[in-house]
Write a protein that binds this ligand. Structure first.
Ligand SMILES: NC(=O)c1ccc[n+]([C@@H]2O[C@H](COP(=O)([O-])OP(=O)(O)OC[C@H]3O[C@@H](n4cnc5c(N)ncnc54)[C@H](OP(=O)(O)O)[C@@H]3O)[C@@H](O)[C@H]2O)c1
Length: 278
C-alpha cells in the first residue's frame, strides 16, 4: 500500500514512517514546508495516488493554544477537514490522530470511544472540532485518539525527566492525573492494525494498556535508567499551575486489539540515564 503521512516530520509521524518502511510499505512523510495542510490546493497537489493518509499534523502546543486558539483551530480543525475532503475525493483511507483532551477528565472509569466530548482547554476544543469536521466530511475516516505520547524523535516527557534528573537531586512530579503513557511506535503499530484489518469508520483508542500517574511514570523511568526512584516525589496539579487545564483522568477504554502496557512500551523503547542530555 502507498501511505502519505502529513505531519510526517513530527514525533509520531517519524516513528510511523520508520515502522511502515520496516514493514516494506511505500510511505511519503511530509512536513509543513512540503505540504501545509491549511492549503486545500497543497493537500490536493500532494495527495495523489495514495491508499492511506494519516494526518499526524497538528498544533500541539497545549498551553500556547489558550492564547492562539484561532491559529490552533486553523490547523487542528479546518485543515484536518481539508485532508478529509481530499481523501474522500481521491478514495484514500484517512486516519486522523486525536487526543484524550476531547474529554473533560472527570470520569472515574475509562472513556469509551462514543463518550460525549467535553473539552476543557482551547487545544481540546480545536481537536474535538477536528474530529467532528473529519467525521462529517469523510464518514469512512478512522479517528484514532491517543494520549501521553513519548518517542525518540521529539522533545518529550522521558527526555525532560532524565535531563532534570541530571540537574536536581529530587523532582516533584504530579500524582493526581491518571493516564496511559504511550510510545509513539506502539501507536504506529496500532494505526497499522486498524488499517490492515479494514476497521470501519469511527473512533478508536490508540493508547497503551494499564494506567499510571506522571509520578508513577517518572518513577519507572528512574528505575529503568538505574536511578533511585525515591528521588521522585509526588505533588498535585495545583502545585504546577499551567495556562491550559489538564484532564485529571485520561484513561481511554480499549477494544480487543493487542497492545502493550505503558511500562512494557517504556522498556521496549529503552531508557538510559544519558538519554536526556543534548
Ligand atoms: N504528544 C502527545 O502527547 C499527544 C497526545 C495526544 C494526541 N496527540 C496527537 O498526536 C498527533 C501527533 O503529535 P506529535 O506529538 O507527534 O506532534 P509534533 O511532534 O508536534 O508533530 C506535529 C507536526 O505537525 C506538523 N504541522 C504543524 N502545522 C502544520 C501545518 N499547517 N501543515 C502541515 N503540518 C503541520 C509539524 O510539522 P513541521 O515540523 O514540518 O512544521 C509537526 O511536525 C497530533 O495529532 C497530536 O494532536 C499528541
Amino acid at each position: 500500500m502507498r501511505w502519505l503521512v502529513t505531519g510526517g516530520r513530527g514525533m509520531f509521524g517519524t516513528d510511523l514512517t520508520l515502522l511502515l518502511q520496516e514493514r516494506g510499505e511505500q510511505v511519503v512523510p511530509v512536513g509543513s514546508a512540503e505540504c501545509d495542510i491549511r492549503s486545500l490546493d497543497a493537500v490536493r497537489e500532494t495527495m495523489r495516488d495514495f491508499d492511506v493518509v494519516v494526518n499526524a499534523a497538528a498544533w500541539t502546543a497545549v498551553d500556547d493554544a489558550e492564547t492562539h486558539e484561532a491559529e490552533a483551530f486553523a490547523i487542528n480543525a479546518t485543515a484536518a477537514r481539508n485532508v478529509a475532503l481530499v481523501a474522500r475525493e481521491t478514495g484514500t483511507r484517512m486516519v486522523q490522530i486525536s487526543t484524550d483532551y476531547v474529554f473533560d477528565g472527570t470520569a472515574t472509569e475509562p472513556y469509551e470511544p462514543d463518550h460525549p466530548q467535553n473539552p476543557q482547554s482551547a487545544y481540546g476544543r480545536t481537536k474535538a472540532a477536528g474530529e467532528w469536521a473529519v467525521r462529517a466530511t469523510n464518514p469512512d475516516a478512522l479517528i484514532v485518539r491517543t494520549a501521553w505520547l513519548y518517542g525518540e524523535h521529539g522533545p518529550n516527557f522521558v527526555k525532560t525527566m532524565l535531563r532534570l534528573a541530571g540537574e536536581r537531586e529530587t523532582l516533584k512530579v504530579v500524582d493526581d492525573q491518571k493516564g496511559q503513557p504511550t510510545w509513539t511506535r506502539d501507536l504506529a503499530a496500532y494505526v497499522l492494525d486498524v488499517v490492515d484489518t479494514g476497521a470501519p469508520g469511527g473512533y478508536y483508542h490508540g493508547t497503551a494498556a494499564g494506567q499510571t500517574t506522571w509520578h508513577g511514570f517518572t518513577r519507572e523511568i528512574f528505575v529503568l535508567a538505574g536511578m533511585d526512584p525515591d528521588r521522585v516525589q509526588p505533588c498535585t496539579t495545583a502545585d504546577f499551575p499551567r495556562p491550559a487545564p489538564r484532564p485529571g483522568y485520561s484513561v481511554l477504554a480499549h477494544d480487543d486489539r493487542q497492545r502493550r502496557s505503558w511500562d512494557e512500551g517504556l522498556r521496549a523503547m529503552g531508557v538510559t540515564a544519558n538519554a536526556g542530555r543534548p
